[in-house]
Design a protein around this ligand. Structure first.
Ligand SMILES: [Zn+2]
Length: 190
């Protein structure tokens, strides 16, 4: 896997694009939630601590990396944000986010799918059970140029992060920068 930090950056970049379709949800909120959605599949890291085998459904790169799980997690987060926006409090005006919730769900889903695709481009570990629970077969993409990150912090981790910053962060950073520029222009009318 790329490091969790890079998964968060990629998730933020992917979700940011969808912020262009949102009116009430702030881009910074989308970025933060995109980072969470992008890194969340690796919650299965606890399987290494609990002793669940790698190839198990609940093992690393199993069900949490599937499109189905990604759709569900994104829907849950979007539903919570939507519910919070409808909660009237004296110190917070009633501002339901409406259709933004659908775009947020879509953006967070893409952030999670980007995680799975990035893992499928790595040169180590087992493949990704991307179609679980309908198929437990694990997949890689035909090319695997991304160096797999060590499971535990080490000198190799620093080298891998350096590679990721150079090769994977620029497109995410560019997407985020473009979204902020366009949203700013929309809001200022220029
Ligand atoms: Zn992963």
């Amino acid at each position: 896997m790329p490091t969790a930090l890079t998964h968060a950056v990629l998730g933020a970049g992917a979700a940011a694009v969808f912020a262009l379709r949102m009116r009430r949800v702030k881009p910074c909120t989308v970025l933060g939630l995109g980072a969470i959605a992008g890194a969340s599949p690796d919650i299965d890291f606890v399987s290494f601590i609990t002793g669940i085998p790698y190839e198990h459904a609940l093992g690393h790169r199993g069900i949490t990396h599937s499109v189905a799980a990604t759709v569900a997690v994104a829907a849950l987060i979007a539903a919570v944000v939507h519910a919070r926006s409808r909660t009237h409090r004296v110190d917070r005006p009633f501002r339901p986010i409406g259709r933004d919730a659908v775009w947020l769900w879509a953006g967070l889903t893409v952030a999670g799918v980007v995680h799975a695709l990035a893992d499928m481009l790595t040169d180590g570990g087992l493949g990704i059970a991307i179609f679980a629970p309908f198929s437990w077969k694990r997949y890689f993409l035909p090319v695997t140029p991304i160096p797999v990150s060590p499971l535990w912090l080490s000198a190799e981790t620093a080298r891998v992060i350096g590679w990721e910053v150079l090769h994977l962060w620029p497109p995410a950073a560019a997407a985020i920068a473009i979204v902020f520029i366009l949203r700013r222009r929309c809001e200022t009318g220029h």
